[in-house]
Design a protein around this ligand. Sequence first.
Ligand code: NAD
Ligand code: DAU
Length: 352
Amino acid sequence: MGNSSIKKILITGGAGFIGSHVVRRFVENYKEYQIFNLDALTYAGNLENLKDIEYNDNYTFIKGDITDEGFLTKLFVEKRFDGVIHLAAESHVDRSISDPLSFVKTNVIGTVNLLNQSVKLAKENPSFRFYHVSTDEVYGALGETGFFTETTAYSPNSPYSASKASSDHFVRAYGETYGLPFVVSNCSNNYGPNHFPEKLIPLFINNIINNKPLPVYGDGNYTRDWLYVKDHARAIDLIFHQGKNGETYNIGGFNEWKNIDLVKLLCGLMDKKLGRKENSSQELITFVKDRPGHDLRYAIDASKINRELGWKPSVTFEEGLEITIDWYFDNQDWLDHVTSGDYKDYYKKQYQ
Ligand code: NAD
Ligand code: DAU
């Protein structure tokens, strides 16, 4: 797909964590495109994430819900997008355990709604492409060794990962059944600026700043593969422009950490930044009841995207964590704003 054939790009979920980095990258790097950011602004969506680019000529925000079929039909007829990069989702595993249905609604029904509209546009526009941004959690859990590859069988364990696996299957099925040109990527755990403070890294940064307990699930011996969010946004850009139709690309950081080791690293870095006594933040670590169905280990083999598209992570974990911690220090207003709504009620129920 040549760049010149793409003019109007719809990015869904652009007010969220990863979406905001993708929107900014596209708005800044592709002045010849019109970038439309469609987001329902749920508890996880925040337009403050994009305030530096909101007045750019090639950027338009549209508030709307991907589960609203009538709204999507009108939008697609009116705008006739040349491509869709779909990130809008319910994204937090713990929330999916307490409210699975909202994950089915947004992640499955919302995705199918977008696919139905996309099929119509693809019929008239051979260069149309639907890109589904998905997760490594669809592959289930690894033991102590091994990696997820693009051919690993799907085996989701949480309502969140089941909903993402389902939406991946729908995307592929629309490719086979209706000839929709698509690409899918399955990425490991992201971290970085704008990450909502319900997820491990930003929650713990926030709690360390405020001297609150750090709730480590189970024994903390769970492993995740962490990737700096801007490296994910760069991979999405490459796959959207150069990925092969009908293909899946795994994206990961080659950066596995057991939760407990990561939390100790974070405590050490934060102690230095806050001028606290060495090891003092570690005293905040509190082992709490485990997450039901907690996947032991995720690890991505990202050799395909490296080999075919030349992508590899550019930011080391140490650099990425430094940038991230500094960002949270410098953006206390952002933290206050995002934690003052629905989020507080949710955590009242979970932890009090
Ligand atoms: P996020 O929760 O920060 O953002 C999701 C965005 O989607 C929010 O802006 C929200 O308002 C919007 N949204 C939710 N429901 C919507 C609806 N019905 N209609 C329109 N907009 C809606 O999520 P994130 O962490 O940025 O993840 C983005 C995507 O990347 C998701 O599809 C997720 O599954 C995938 N992913 C995330 C990670 C990660 O580590 N965070 C890793 C791999 C893949
Ligand atoms: O792997 C990609 C996935 O990574 C994405 O698809 C999801 O959208 C994203 O939320 C993330 O899922 P995880 O469940 O891995 O992320 P989370 O930050 O919730 O948890 C990371 C690990 O830390 C996990 O093993 C659970 C643990 N944890 C998490 C929280 C919030 C704790 O021990 N304590 C906590 O308070």
